[in-house]
Design a protein around this ligand. Sequence first.
Ligand code: SF4
Ligand code: SF4
Length: 203
Amino acid sequence: MLRKFICVEGCSDCCVYRDYYPSIEYGKIGVLILPEEKPKIEAIAVKTDVKIKIIPRLGLGKSKKRTNGPQKIIAYQMMGKNFNGNLCPFLDVENLDRSPHGGFKCRIYEERPLACRAYPVIEENSGGSSSSVALDNKCTFCYKHSTTNAERNGLQREAEALIKIKADMYVDKKTKVWRYATSIGDDENKTKLLPEGWVLQNI
Ligand code: SF4
Ligand code: SF4
């Protein structure tokens, strides 16, 4: 049976729980922020008096030297406010007021980052040369209804946001990609984390 995507009653999981990506060593990632979104999100944080931390996520460069770091940052990330990297700072967990589906409210819903608009549509196999658009089974809705195809489920707007992100991140084969290790995670994984900083991905 086809179902239109709508957040599960009371769920705010994607605004709370963050993943280790691409592996535990790199630490937990934050909400992806494109360079052109960064000043806007920072200005909103000042205006709404919300403390945020935005650090780099992906960078590009021509040098093969592991110590150089990228010349250009193509993506940032807004870190969760808990010590273990969870909980988006813009999720209003103190307010009794709830969103229409009963979850916590996003303080910046109308101006939320593209990555939040895209979710639960994600890019599958984002590390390889070929990739496809899929639904993230970590999303409670997708898990509950075992959905696999974005277009069947009224997720066109989310897919469009993902396509915009992908277009902004196009990388030619000669360019070196750097990923920023966050060094943030749960206590039991602390010893496995790389130190915070850039790691060259393709040599
Ligand atoms: S995890 Fe899925 S169902 Fe839950 S709030 Fe996020 S998008 Fe909605
Ligand atoms: S900005 Fe809003 S929608 Fe995005 S993760 Fe934070 S609370 Fe959720």
